[in-house]
Write a protein that binds this ligand. Structure first.
Ligand code: ZN
Length: 258
């Protein structure tokens, strides 16, 4: 055997070995990707009010973990929860099917924001994820906190089943659309109904501009009245959320506890 032949054999052997190794190695770790447009819209919704907001990720057909659009439906939101309107969800699904999409492209990725600094899912989030998405082959729960931290978990019910926390990326590599703040604003207005006790922050600011002397007092009374009407477990959620939000504890806000 000539040296050249030996070399060729060696090369073939190493290619074969490489292929075998490739075969047995685990699949690449899944990553949740958002188009810059979907990401920008999510940030806009997160920062437009004081409450959590939620919606669905719409993906391309070829990559079910790449979110091209973020879509909201009618919902009631508090600082610690989001509740979708059933009929609105049904309408959203119907519209998506009419647009030629398959359920795995629009009904598997649940996104919501946290007004606090932690993207860690709450017990309510876990319950919702289990109840609403527990029967899907797979689903993703994604949370974006106020400070930009994210959490994404992929749950799959096929085969042995399991769950894995996956990384999140904004994907600039594919073509993406422009921002449309006017449309987002209208969508926010049409879909997000924040509980009345929650709006004290933004209303306080509006009042503050016109009636600086009475603003704090008015806001505190208004907020406490609304708080009184909540169910005990809702109150606890609110208190938990508030204690974890240091940005609410500026001097101006402390008046509500006096
Ligand atoms: Zn949450």
């Amino acid at each position: 055997m000539t040296q050249a032949m030996q070399k060729k054999d060696k090369t073939e052997e190493s290619i074969k070995k490489d292929q075998q190794e490739t075969k047995v190695s685990p699949p690449a770790k899944p990553v949740l990707r958002l188009s810059p447009t979907a990401w920008a819209k999510l940030l806009y919704f997160r920062d437009h009010g004081e409450s959590e907001i939620g919606g669905f990720g719409i993906t391309s057909q070829d990559d079910l973990l790449r979110i091209e659009e973020f879509a909201t439906v009618k919902q009631e939101a508090t600082m610690a929860s989001v509740s979708f309107d059933d009929e609105a969800v049904a309408d959203f699904f119907e519209t998506q099917v009419d647009a030629g999409r398959k359920p795995q492209q629009f009904a598997r990725i649940w996104l919501h924001t946290h007004p606090g600094d932690s993207p860690q899912p709450s017990s309510v989030d876990e319950e919702t994820f289990r109840r609403v998405f527990g029967k899907c082959d797979w689903a993703v729960m994604f949370v974006l906190a106020r400070n930009g931290k994210t959490y994404a978990r992929l749950r799959f019910n096929v085969g042995p089943g399991g769950e894995v926390v996956i990384p999140v990326e904004v994907d600039y590599a594919c073509p993406f659309g422009s921002s449309d703040r006017e449309a987002w604003k209208s969508e926010y207005k049409a879909n997000i109904k924040a509980d009345s006790w929650l709006t004290f922050g933004s209303r306080r600011n509006e009042r503050f501009e016109s009636e600086p002397e009475t603003a704090d007092l008015w806001a505190a009374d208004d907020w406490l009245d609304a708080f009184e009407t909540l169910e005990p477990d809702q109150r606890q959620l609110v208190l938990d959320e508030i204690t974890s939000r240091s940005d609410l504890w500026d001097q101006e806000s402390e008046v509500m506890w006096i």
